[in-house]
Ligand binder design. Structure first.
Ligand code: ZN
Length: 322
């Protein structure tokens, strides 16, 4: 205990912690662990409560959350966390049981997308009891989804509530600026080319917010295989509308998207690979694309530039990888 300042010692004494054995004491002095499923939720929670909490993310770069199955080690991390944050609406389709177990053990489990008003959400044809889970694609919705996360953090650490409220306001302001950038950049895409073709159906909220029609090879989840008739139909649309580009996704294999390009090419229509979008996972940790803001900036800039909109090559903040 001689490493403790006397003030710290007094605080521990007051909390009755000096009577705890040493490992429990070390545990008690560490900030509480907020464990998040996907990177987008992790970035949100870190932005809100990073000063008072250890914030960790379970599902990493390029990993598809629809298919993610927690290992024994992941389950231990979940059951060892102090509070848990997930997107919900079955995005983390194979984690429902373990999150329920954590809730049953009395841990706060916050499903940020499930707290949004149902009338703002889109239907999920695969699961009538759930909505389309990809709400982070609309920054105005994601700004709202931060409110229940901020509430849970403040309830857990009331001393930090003021800082968390300030961080929530800053988060909303940053996302409003991101949304304004997206409206301008994507608004400039000529009408016939306002069609976003991707590997799976992750962009419906994005399309609705920015007035872009979306079409995908796979549905809301990546669990079902790509189907040939669907690819044929998309090729016909690309050719008929002279769409200049289609897009791959970092968390989904790009074979089927390449089949679209080949199919259109066989019919004499040159379609480019517009780029690799971040749909259900962010970029590498420690990079700008590994943040929520960088992820959306990357998507907006890539889509706008490939389909004939306007965006600076390095995006809203000049920070996108060249
Ligand atoms: Zn998805």
């Amino acid at each position: 205990m001689n490493t403790c300042s006397s003030m710290h010692r007094r605080a521990l004494l007051a909390a009755g912690l000096l009577s705890l054995p040493a490992p429990a004491l070390a545990q008690a002095r560490r900030p509480p662990l907020a464990l998040c499923t996907v990177g987008m939720v992790g970035d949100m929670v870190r932005s809100l409560g990073g000063a008072a909490f250890r914030v960790e993310t379970l599902i990493g770069e390029g990993v598809d959350p629809h298919l993610f199955r927690p290992t024994r080690n992941d389950i231990q991390r979940i059951l060892g966390a102090d509070l848990l944050f997930a997107n919900g609406h079955r995005l983390e389709g194979r984690m429902g049981d373990v999150l329920e177990r954590a809730r049953g053990a009395g841990k706060p489990v916050v499903m940020v997308a499930e707290a949004l008003p149902r009338e703002r959400l889109r239907a999920n044809p695969d699961y009538p009891d759930a909505a389309d889970p990809h709400v982070w694609m609309d920054p105005t919705l994601w700004a709202e989804a931060a409110a229940p996360a901020a509430d849970a953090l403040s309830r857990f650490a009331p001393a930090a509530a003021q800082d968390i409220a300030a961080a929530l306001a800053a988060w909303r302001a940053r996302l409003a600026r991101l949304d304004a950038f997206a409206r301008t950049a994507l608004g400039a895409i000529p009408a016939p080319q306002r069609l976003l073709v991707t590997a799976h159906d992750a962009f419906a909220y994005f399309g609705a917010r920015y007035g872009i029609e979306v079409a995908s090879i796979q549905g809301l989840s990546t669990e079902a295989e790509a189907n040939l008739a669907r690819i044929e139909a998309l090729v016909a649309t690309l050719v008929a509308r002279r769409v200049p580009a289609v897009f791959a996704e970092s968390s989904v294999p790009d074979r089927a998207v390449r089949a679209l390009i080949e199919g259109a090419g066989a019919r004499g229509q040159r379609v480019a690979m517009g780029g690799n979008l971040f749909s259900d996972a962010m970029g590498r940790p420690g990079t700008y694309e590994g943040t929520y803001e960088g992820m959306i900036d990357h998507n907006v800039t890539t889509i706008a530039r490939a389909l004939g909109g306007t965006a600076p090559p390095r995006g809203l903040n000049g920070r996108l990888a060249a």
